[in-house]
Design a protein around this ligand. Structure first.
Ligand SMILES: [Zn+2]
Length: 422
């Protein structure tokens, strides 16, 4: 289908332009001026609205929406090992599907078009994303001591099967997801490095999230988690690492040199009292910084507007420098930098030739008046409730604030029903 968005303000390269956006199939055919020959089956009136590149959430656990507000105000260890993991063990694939449906609904309604997930049931989450029309990168959470252990191997094989199963889908792709250095043994990690190289796959991992992880790594390996992975050749595979809270100067140099993308999850790190990632220093060193929400069990929303707001404020407070993490830089975390981290270079910006992944906000809201600087307003004033229309891969998945492909009330009812068991 061809879609024409007429007379709309649009965020392009950090500045606000005005004109038309022409969408042809899954691609932005033109942005700014309307080509003479363009005809559209669907016309969206863009007056009073702002189009921005759809936001990209690089780290989530979508089934965990079911655990929202079930385990708040606990230590990281009590939260993960005492509360979350035992509940995960009792989840059925069907439960995970409805959890992921709820998460995808929450993301679409707050302007997110694409997410990277770490999941026990990636197939079910891929199904949810596909049902609602979201772009998604699935990573099966891989854990185990070594390559010969039955469950470790089973998890890897499941990942490979599911990756194969979705190979031709335009929206769903897969990366290898070793969960963390404290849940994967060295031999298992080395096995995954070999497999990643053999089959041309990338990594998504939790890294240097807690002080305990770092302390234990020094005790057991005599080096930091970043050094440990680097020395075994892990970063020779393209990697997006979530958290990276506790880093030495040497760690940061390694991440920069190896082109590791750091996925900043400021709210989750604060809520679990894990600390604050040194984002301004990572940026100084040239590291590609993107953003994620982590799960609703440690955030407790998947709202990227809220996450951007936190990132912009937090580092000003910790550094005492009000110019760090400026609004436009933080917008890049959630768009172009994220696209780079995921290897989706044709997303993350409104530009001719890019995929049509666009979020349209209603500007007729008090938080958008007066119109002094709309790019800054997205980070400092918006809250995500202004999202009116979302287009993913050229398809309208949200219109006038409502999902177009599934009944929202049914999703809420099913999620409540499943969550009652917990
Ligand atoms: Zn996580």
């Amino acid at each position: 289908m061809n879609i024409l968005v007429k007379n709309i303000k649009m965020l392009m390269g950090g500045e606000i332009a005005e004109g038309d956006i022409c969408i042809s199939g899954d691609t932005i055919a033109a942005a700014g001026t309307l080509p003479k020959e363009f005809t559209a089956e669907k016309i969206i009136d863009g007056s009073g609205k702002l189009a921005i590149p759809g936001l990209i959430n690089c780290h989530a656990h979508s089934y965990m929406s079911l655990f929202r507000n079930l385990a708040d105000d606990l230590t990281f260890e009590d939260w993960l090992f005492g509360s979350i993991m035992p509940r995960e063990d009792s989840l059925s694939p069907e439960d995970a599907y409805w959890g992921a449906m709820l998460s995808c609904t929450e993301m679409i309604k707050s302007g997110t078009v694409c997410f990277m997930d770490m999941h026990m049931f990636p197939n079910k989450c891929a199904e949810a994303a596909s049902t609602l029309g979201m772009r998604a990168v699935m990573t099966r959470g891989l854990t185990g001591p070594d390559r010969t252990e039955k469950d470790a191997l089973r998890r890897f094989n499941e990942h490979m099967q599911e990756r194969e199963q979705w190979a031709d889908d335009p929206l769903i792709s897969f990366k290898l997801g070793p969960h963390a250095i404290y849940t994967c043994g060295r031999d298992y990690l080395e096995f995954l490095i070999e497999k990643a190289k053999e089959t041309n796959q990338e990594f998504h991992i939790h890294l240097s999230e807690t002080l305990n992880e770092v302390k234990n790594c020094y005790k057991e390996q005599g080096k930091s988690p970043v050094e440990y992975l680097n020395d075994m050749g892990f970063f020779n595979v393209k990697t997006a690492a979530a958290h990276c809270v506790h880093l030495s100067d040497h760690d940061m140099d390694i991440l920069a040199e190896k082109n590791v993308s750091v996925i900043h999850n400021p709210k989750s790190n604060l809520k679990l009292a894990n600390g604050i990632s040194p984002i301004p220093r990572l940026l100084e060193k040239g590291v590609n910084v993107c953003m994620g929400t982590d799960s609703q069990a440690s955030n407790n929303t998947l709202n990227m507007f809220s996450e951007m707001n936190f990132a912009a404020l937090l580092h000003k407070g910790t550094t005492g420098i009000p110019t760090v993490c400026a609004a436009r830089e933080v917008l890049d975390f959630a768009t172009v930098n994220a696209a780079k981290a995921l290897g989706f270079e044709k997303t993350g910006a409104i530009a001719a030739g890019n995929k049509a992944d666009i979020c349209i906000l209603d500007l007729d809201r008090p938080e958008f008046y007066p119109r002094n600087d709309l790019a800054a307003a997205l980070v400092y004033s918006a809250n995500g409730s202004e999202v009116d229309t979302v287009i993913i891969n050229g398809e309208i998945v949200l219109e006038k604030g409502r999902l177009t492909k599934f009944d929202e009330e049914e999703i809420y009812a099913k999620a409540r029903q499943v969550a009652e068991r917990f």
